[in-house]
Design a protein around this ligand. Structure first.
Ligand SMILES: C[S@@+](CC[C@H](N)C(=O)[O-])C[C@H]1O[C@@H](n2cnc3c(N)ncnc32)[C@H](O)[C@@H]1O
Length: 234
């Protein structure tokens, strides 16, 4: 049977695309401080759904007001700024992205719009597949659209694994036991995301978030999915 977790490559999978993208967003912000850039999947309220999910599941597994949270491929940091605004003011929120421009832009928004959050929110430039990267472990790992972009790169690592195949081990390396991995994707179905994440024996499906269902030609589906996994102690 065809492996549907393999996507065709696209310019959205290149670092250059994201460097140019966030450089432009930063320029727009400099001329209009209200313009903090694109909120990926905003048509589907994905960001609100991810934050609501964490709020509704507070004090379950590792989710607390003081959780340590990492956002992979943070872009303009929008998800972390929104989490802070929605009440995660005691949490430690860290965004990573391989785009230098993304990190420059996120830091600019942080210092200019959220100076009171400088102790809570931070950003660093990291390629999440860099084997030299030795991050601490977090209570919560977030991904909104980043695995989608990664899959479009078609890249393979030195180990010979594709970046999609290697992705679950990055999550495993980042999460504490009982930690939560919450991911939103538009390129993978719920079933495909579960297959990818559970290829790591420590990651187990916890909950899924509902989106409106469309029906076309007798086939039912959603255009986007958000899925939560728990890191189990084996
Ligand atoms: C579709 S954007 C999503 C941005 C952000 N999460 C949001 O929801 O607005 C994908 C992001 O992943 C980042 N990215 C892609 N591959 C990466 C990698 N290997 N390591 C770190 N960041 C990466 C890109 O630079 C870009 O910011």
């Amino acid at each position: 049977m065809e492996d549907t977790t393999k996507l065709n490559t696209s310019k959205l999978g290149t670092k250059k695309y994201w460097e140019d993208f966030y450089s432009l967003e930063k320029t727009n912000f400099e001329s209009n401080p209200e313009d903090t850039g694109e909120c990926w999947f905003s048509d589907n309220d994905a960001e609100e759904k991810m934050i609501d999910f964490l709020m509704q599941n507070l004090r379950t597994h590792s989710i607390t007001e003081k959780s340590t949270i990492i956002d992979l491929g943070t872009g303009n940091g929008h998800l972390l700024f929104s989490l802070y605004e929605e009440g995660f003011t005691k949490a430690k929120l860290h965004g990573v992205d391989y785009s230098h421009e993304s990190i420059k832009f996120s830091n600019k928004i942080l210092s200019e719009k959220y100076p009171e959050a400088l102790d809570n929110i931070s950003f660093s430039q990291v390629d999440i597949f860099d084997s030299e990267w030795k991050p601490p472990r977090f209570d919560i790992v977030l991904d909104k659209g980043t695995l989608d972009a990664i899959a479009l790169s078609g890249l393979k690592l030195a180990s010979g694994k594709t970046v999609v195949d290697a992705y679950p081990s990055v999550i495993d390396k980042l999460l504490k036991d009982n930690g939560v991995f919450l991911i939103t994707s538009c390129n993978f179905t719920q079933k495909e995301l579960i297959k990818i994440a559970e290829s790591c024996e420590n990651l187990k499906l916890w909950k899924t978030v509902s989106y409106p269902i469309f029906e076309f030609g007798g086939v039912k589906g959603t255009t986007i999915c958000t899925v939560a996994f728990i890191k189990q102690k084996i």
